[in-house]
Write a protein that binds this ligand. Structure first.
Ligand SMILES: [Zn+2]
Length: 276
């Protein structure tokens, strides 16, 4: 069991605490990423954004107004006085936009200033978080757009045995509009994952090991991605967002925990972590 718990993993936030403790791979903070630092930082950021009270004037009104407290949609790179861009805030679980299906980006919209800006913002928000994937609903935009990337640097912060078990390898930035995901076979793996919209928690989720995703690039050209391992997991996680599904809808419920408890034993009866 011990070795299994050492393979407890995260899909998303590579926290600042992890960066801080990069040189100490046995450090508990590295292995059990604490989002505290990240979240404090986020809060500081929020208050800065709300001070400016910017308004989103896009066409993406769902049930929730995008102009009231929805700081997430606000301030698309409005200046922060000293030229620092303001990024949309990450929408948190409970917001209807995360629980409803997103709509396709129409052919006419591809390449438009509006869509280009959304994509640029998504990339910035993902990198700023930092995370390895983001779906448009996570910045309050109910459109089928996902971005993902994983880097040598990010992977370097995790334990080698961890990334090996996850089959986690770096890949370049991918922007996919209207993605359609298909499993390539029935092989699955159970690993912990988290979500920028559900900060501070992790749970084990069963995911397919190999998937194929087709869709359009930001230039409108068809793309096809054959993914396996961790990249396949990220793709499934992000495509789920476009269906209004977050990982807690699919998790093994009894494995749900705060990140600080990531390495604690799984309750009896839970599937073993790893490839099945
Ligand atoms: Zn997510």
């Amino acid at each position: 069991m011990e070795s299994i718990h050492r393979f407890s993993h995260r899909i998303l936030p590579l926290t600042f605490s992890e960066k801080c403790f990069k040189n100490s791979k046995t450090n508990r903070f590295l292995r059990n990423p604490v989002l505290g630092i990240h979240e404090n930082r986020e809060q500081t950021f929020k208050s800065r954004v709300s001070e400016l009270k910017p308004a989103f004037n896009g066409n993406f009104i769902t049930r929730k107004s995008y102009t009231s407290s929805s700081r997430a949609r606000a301030g698309w790179l409005l200046g922060l006085g000293d030229k620092k861009p303001i990024l949309p805030e990450i929408v948190k679980a409970g917001d209807p936009v995360l629980h409803e299906p997103a709509r396709d980006v129409s052919i006419d919209e591809i390449g438009s200033e509006k869509i280009e800006k959304i994509i640029d913002d998504m990339i910035k928000v993902m990198r700023n978080a930092p995370g390895v994937g983001l779906a448009a609903p996570q910045i309050g935009i109910p459109l089928k757009i996902i971005v993902l990337e994983d880097t040598k640097e990010y992977i370097g912060y995790a334990l080698k045995e961890e990334t090996k078990a996850q089959d986690r390898r770096p890949f370049d930035l991918l922007v996919i509009l209207n993605p359609k995901l298909k499993k390539k076979n029935n092989k699955t793996a159970f690993f912990f994952e988290g979500c920028l919209s559900v900060g501070g928690f992790r749970a084990v989720v069963e995911r397919y090991l190999e998937v194929e995703v087709t869709g359009l690039g930001r230039d409108g050209r068809p793309i096809k991605v054959d993914a396996s391992g961790w990249q396949a997991r990220i793709l499934q996680h992000e495509c789920d967002h476009l269906d209004g599904t977050i990982y807690v809808d699919k998790m093994v419920p009894r494995t749900f925990r705060i990140v600080e408890n990531l390495d604690l034993p799984l309750p009896t009866g839970c599937p073993k972590i790893g490839v099945h």
